[in-house]
Write a protein that binds this ligand. Structure first.
Ligand SMILES: *Cc1c(COP(=O)(O)O)cnc(C)c1O
Length: 826
């Protein structure tokens, strides 16, 4: 009964009392009619979503103001998480979960003839990130709010987020993601807090009244950074933290000048130039593209955020920066915001008049850097000429930091010019570049990796020289994921079963989930566990069928690999295995083979041709496999388009086998692996990233291990002969023969030869063929284990029960204790 007077709330809803809000159904009614002016008989779903979102937001705002007041009213330390990416996904369902509003909202929506699921589907994902790094930032903010920590996220409000992926003719097509069309009910613009950002121009030097030399940035082209705040609710704890996202805009007087000079069109064009900065997220994961606009984005975020923090500092404490370093901490999410080091120096010196030594002491006591990758192609380097042209004053400061660092090195290690060259912030040569990771290390008091192995490899490899110089700076913080989104919200069936069995404390203390372990031995519990999984599998079956037309069988093993498409993640190895199974089926070798549905999903960077070709291969193999009558009941393969947060929320609850098959030493941590484990999937994995810790936690008997270790890979590379391996293994050879004979691409001969010749190349960096036999054997063990469903369910329960270590609450508690030295606001 749309627009009729709302019925009384059946459920008690405590979140409205202080804010003076009515029951949810009344609030929806009010916002539909008055905020949105929608008063039609038939309520439009989009409007209903918006009215609901605003109603929920209203309930957050009282707590948000409250949290902000507490922050403002204390002199305690604050932390700022600086990240070019926040892969948030949807906010409505998360807010409803955290405010404990689900029952009231369901009742309210019923009177409008719809469900929460249907309303939630209206929300566009906030896809302001590429993959793991951006999703980590979102999980971290959730955990900070859950732990009541005074942490503010700073990022960019991209007009266009991560592109939407379509498949046409088996190939990836990218569509722009205009996620803000139709408005974003989760943001509040704060134009009064706009900051001014400089670009281009030059440095002018002078001597101040005290005879001190100074530099200043002159003749700059300025743009405005306008903040939009998003609420980050804690879990039923009254805390709502802030994610502040900056949008670029033209400065008012620039337009005015042009306008007065009669250059109306030029003024508008300049406005576009300024607005370009926050227009689009760069869709590269684990690789850099060196574009000027990307560097503009980095500096734009950093300068706006630091100015914001300094402005608030001065408002609270005046221009005395003595305690600034101990009361503020900036966590740099990778090197993307590494220009925070020279920018804080600049602001303290040029804007607030501090001398170099004081400014440096402050800067190096409040910057902390997280490294996310060992891949050389992902290590940021900016050409000195570009840097100096775009950010002349910063380039001066970087040179000075480097000069002083070189002096320090020369004192500690005399006569080692090779060492100085290796460690310099600026690499030599005729086209010199700034090494952003080194800048971040020199300017920070903490450098952390994101899983045990990753941190060890940083210390022994990439950053070995720096580790020798400053061993105490280096530390590990194994990544985690929030169990609120990645279990409570996305898997309500499992959430309810777990809570009924061991209570609900695990939602804020995931170590408690180990209480589930004894129930693995309880046959009736296992039956209920399996029923939940089958329910989730049905939902995924529908999701996949709707999007691909392929129908998965409910009894099949759900074998899933979803993540960015990248050679090091080895989706190719997964495809080789599917081809191997297909080959066995065609040969009639199917004794004891369990039915298997393989799902692969993920986006390729638009310029990454090999990754895009891997997508094409997956689709071409899927076409042949899914149309082979002999394979019908035994094997299916799909490429699921447009993998994103809201897709993972359907996928991970239904997954039984989690594919974590990167080349050892290449995946820094992985977080997809943790989401799957939490939801009871078993992992097939190489000893890479956090897989190692997953296996330690769950026990080696509950994990399918295959492949070489990082050390073995390094050794293999010295004398790798994939062709000999292929010739010596009939199964492997048949797979290569099918591929190279064009079995999957009869109408487009040769299109996959780049891939097959890569596999046969002795310099294949991913040594895929070296691990193929071991992978086939581990998959056989998976197959065998799945034939005993009781035992499989037992292992599944043990995986969830052992996932406590992988909560981002644990990770954030470690950041708070060991890096930030920050305490909860109470
Ligand atoms: C968790 C997640 C990732 C990271 O997955 P990995 O397997 O760790 O690479 C990437 N994208 C989305 C949408 C995710 O939810």
């Amino acid at each position: 009964m749309p627009n009729s007077s709302p019925k009384t709330q059946a459920h008690t809803d405590m979140s409205n009392t202080e804010a003076g809000l009515g029951p949810v159904d009344q609030e929806i009614y009010r916002h539909l009619n008055f905020t949105l002016g929608h008063h039609h008989e038939e309520v439009n779903k989009e409007y209903l979503y918006r009215a609901l979102a605003i109603s929920v937001r209203d309930r957050l705002i009282a707590q948000w103001n409250d949290t902000q007041e507490k922050m403002d009213g204390t002199e305690r330390k604050r932390v700022y998480y600086l990240s070019l990416e926040f892969l948030i996904g949807r906010s409505l369902t998360n807010a409803i979960l955290n405010l404990d509003l689900e029952d009231s909202v369901r009742d309210a929506l019923q009177s409008y003839g719809t469900t929460l699921e249907e309303a939630a589907e209206q929300e566009h994902d906030a896809g302001l990130g590429n993959g793991g790094l951006g999703r980590l930032a979102a999980c971290f903010l959730d955990s900070c709010a859950n732990l009541k920590l005074p942490v503010v996220g700073y990022g960019i409000r991209y007009e266009y987020g991560m592109f939407n992926q379509r498949i046409e003719n088996g190939r990836q097509v990218e569509d722009p993601d205009h996620w803000l069309r139709g408005g974003n009910p989760w943001e509040l613009a704060r134009p009064e807090d706009s900051r001014r950002i400089h670009f281009y121009g030059n440095t002018e030097y002078g001597v101040d009244a005290n005879g001190e030399p100074y530099g200043s940035w002159a003749n700059s082209y300025d743009v405005l950074a306008v903040p939009y705040d998003m609420p980050i609710p804690g879990f039923r704890n009254g805390t709502v933290n802030t994610l502040r996202l900056w949008k670029s805009s033209a400065t008012a007087e620039f337009n005015l000048e042009e306008f007065n000079a009669g250059g109306y069109s030029e003024a508008v064009a300049q406005k576009n130039l300024a607005e370009q900065i926050s227009m689009v997220l760069y869709p590269n994961d684990s690789s850099e593209n060196g574009k000027e606009l990307r560097l503009k984005q980095q500096y734009f975020l950093v300068s706006a955020s630091l100015q914001d923090v300094l402005h608030n500092w001065v408002a609270q404490y005046g221009k005395d920066f003595t305690n600034f370093g101990e009361r503020n901490c900036f966590q740099l999410n990778d090197t993307h915001p590494a220009c925070a080091v020279p920018e804080l120096m600049r602001l303290l010196m040029d804007e607030y008049g501090l001398g170099w030594d004081k400014a440096w002491k402050i800067t190096t006591s409040c910057m902390a850097y997280t490294n996310h990758t060992l891949l050389p192609e992902a290590l940021e380097r900016w050409s000195v000429s570009l840097y100096g042209r775009l950010l002349p004053r910063l380039m001066d400061i970087i040179r000075e930091i480097d000069a002083r660092f070189m002096k320090e090195l020369a004192q500690k290690f005399p006569n080692q010019p090779e060492l100085y060259g290796r460690m310099s912030l600026i690499d030599g040569g005729h086209d010199p570049h700034v090494r952003m990771a080194y800048l971040a290390i020199v300017g920070s008091f903490s450098v952390n990796g994101v899983a045990g192995l990753h941190t060890e490899l940083l210390k022994s490899g990439l950053f070995a020289d720096f580790y020798k110089l400053w061993p105490k700076k280096f530390n590990n913080k194994t990544n985690g994921v929030t169990q609120r989104r990645w279990l409570s919200h996305c898997n309500p069936g499992l959430r309810d079963l777990v809570t009924e069995t061991i209570g609900s404390d695990w939602q804020t203390d995931l170590e408690k989930i180990s209480d589930l372990a004894p129930y693995a031995e309880d046959a009736s519990f296992r039956t209920r566990w399996q029923a939940v999984k089958r329910h989730n599998k049905s939902a995924l079956i529908d999701y996949v069928a709707q999007r691909t037309g392929v129908h998965f069988g409910l009894d099949a093993l759900f074998d899933v690999q979803v993540k960015r498409i990248h050679e090091y993640k080895r989706q190719l190895l997964n495809v080789l295995h599917v081809i191997h199974l297909y080959d066995r089926i065609c040969q009639g070798d199917t004794a004891d083979m369990v039915p298997r549905c393989v799902l692969i999903g993920g986006k390729a960077a638009p310029g990454y041709h090999i990754a895009k070709l891997i997508i094409k291969l997956i689709n071409d193999v899927a076409n042949v496999v899914n149309n082979e009558p002999k394979a019908n009941e035994l094997l299916k393969l799909v490429f699921l388009p447009n993998y994103r947060v809201s897709a993972m929320e359907v996928i991970c609850p239904a997954t039984e086998l989690s594919e974590q098959i990167s080349t050892a030493g290449k995946e820094a941590s992985g977080t997809g692996n943790m989401k799957f484990m939490m939801n009871g999937a078993l992992t097939i994995g190489a000893l890479d990233g956090a897989n190692i810790e997953i296996r330690e936690q769950v026990g080696k008997e509950n994990f399918f291990l295959f492949g070489q270790t990082a050390a073995e890979v390094a050794k293999t590379r010295q004398a790798y002969d994939p062709n000999a391996i292929i010739a010596g293994d009939a199964d492997v050879e048949r797979v290569l023969t099918l591929l190279e004979g064009g079995h999957f691409n009869p109408t487009e001969p040769g299109i996959f030869s780049v891939l097959t010749s890569g596999l046969r190349n002795p310099h294949d960096p991913w040594v895929t063929i070296a691990d193929f036999r071991s992978f086939i054997d581990a998959q056989k063990a998976v197959n065998k284990a799945y034939t005993d469903q009781q035992d499989w369910n037992r292992m599944s329960i043990l995986n969830t029960a052992a996932s406590g270590w992988f909560s981002s609450d644990r990770t954030i508690q470690q950041y708070a204790d060991e890096i930030w030295n920050v305490k909860p606001l109470n």
